[in-house]
Write a protein that binds this ligand. Structure first.
Ligand code: HSE
Length: 368
């Protein structure tokens, strides 16, 4: 199989390539590197089949591929996808961007949850496979054991989303903002007390000239942003809208699960966290819910609901860079029957973006 990679230099693409090399995916296909801006330049990787980079807008070159993994963003997808198929291409389009997620021709891929749907789709001729929104994928990975048993009636996810979800430049801006905060502190006289330093930092943060904010438009470091993505409906962000529609498309069941919450950007680097309020269909004990969560999938790391374990194992700092999905703070809530709280943390670039893409390629290779 000839596999074209588009967007491999970007953040999700880099994580994807790292994972594909670690899992030896290129032993099962022949990778070709495409570029939107540097066609003809030397390929930086010896594992690529092409010595010079191919043009990602060259339809003849794209049509040679049996599959494309695209981590270039929705703009590229909008420019190329329709034309490529209209020209008669028969290959697989595997995409990280949201543009095709709710399209009838696509399947949203998260194989620990919906491998059966994916396999059926491959066998019935579906060619378009799209990774889910990161919070949706991470949430479903976390509560897999409950969803599998059809125990979930509805979910309210309150998210704490990392800067990486907004892209590499935004992540860099967060670090610059952190630096600006630290600089303000060190510039303050050592004899000044913490409130004087805070006052100076807040003054600095409130100035567009002094505080770097061209990406987010407002401070994230030392603050948070309670709105992610565009407006989907009055008062509803697109990120919040995605939760229910994508969850139910991934599950592909007749009866849908209600999912509605608030999405918030926080000053973490690459892990999305979520506080989930769950309404279950049955009155289960906490130990039963714990057992089902642990049974979910091999990546779930259940964290005991204690201060020590929660602070040590249920944080972006401990989960970043790995495939583990930490699940903890499990409690039965007192406000109404069958209600539970859970806190979960996962790496936004791995299970939230790159990992489902490389895994669907392996499914395509094995089912074809
Ligand atoms: N939309 C997500 C975010 C990332 O902004 O965090 C990609 O799914």
């Amino acid at each position: 199989m000839k596999l074209g990679l588009v967007g491999w230099r970007g953040m999700v693409g880099s994580v994807l390539v790292e994972r594909m090399l670690a899992e030896k995916d290129f032993d099962h296909c022949t990778p070709f590197l495409f570029t939107t801006s540097q066609a003809g330049q030397a390929s930086p990787y010896e594992w690529a089949a092409n010595d010079t980079l191919l043009d990602a807008y060259d339809f003849n070159a794209l049509m040679e591929m049996d599959a494309l993994i695209v981590t270039q963003g929705s703009d590229y997808t909008q420019k190329v996808y329709e034309d490529l198929y209209q020209k008669g291409w028969q290959g697989y389009w595997i995409d990280a961007a949201s543009h095709l997620r709710m399209d009838n021709r696509s399947e949203i891929v998260l194989d620990p949850i919906n491998a059966n749907l994916i396999k059926d789709a491959i066998l019935s001729g579906t060619k378009t496979f799209v990774g889910g929104n990161c919070t949706v994928s991470l949430m479903l990975m976390a509560i897999d054991g409950l969803v599998r048993r059809d125990l979930v009636e509805w979910i309210i996810p309150m998210t704490y989303q990392a800067a990486s979800g907004a892209g590499a430049k935004s992540m860099a801006e967060l670090i610059n903002q952190m630096g600006s905060i630290y600089q303000t502190k060190t510039q303050a006289s050592p004899s000044e007390n913490i409130l004087a330093i805070e006052k100076q930092i807040t003054h600095n943060m409130q100035s567009e000239e002094r505080f770097p904010q061209s990406e987010f438009g407002v401070p994230l470091g030392g603050s948070l942003i309670p709105w992610i993505d565009s407006v989907k409906a009055p008062g509803l962000s697109k990120e919040e809208w995605k939760a229910e529609v994508e969850t139910n498309k991934i599950l592909g069941r007749e009866a849908s699960i209600g999912v509605d919450g608030l999405c918030v950007r926080v000053g973490t680097l690459r892990c999305h966290s979520q506080a989930l309020t769950l309404k279950l269909k049955e009155d289960l004990s906490v130990s039963e819910v714990e057992e089902y969560l642990k049974e979910g999938n091999e990546w779930v790391r259940y964290v005991e609901n204690s201060p020590e374990a929660s602070k040590k194992y249920l944080t972006p700092a401990s989960i970043s860079g790995g495939l583990d999905i930490a699940v903890g703070r499990l409690r039965k809530l007192s406000v109404a029957p069958n209600m539970y709280s859970i806190f979960t943390v996962g790496d936004q670039l791995l299970w939230g973006a790159a990992e489902p893409l490389r895994r669907v390629l392996r499914l395509v290779l094995s089912e074809k």
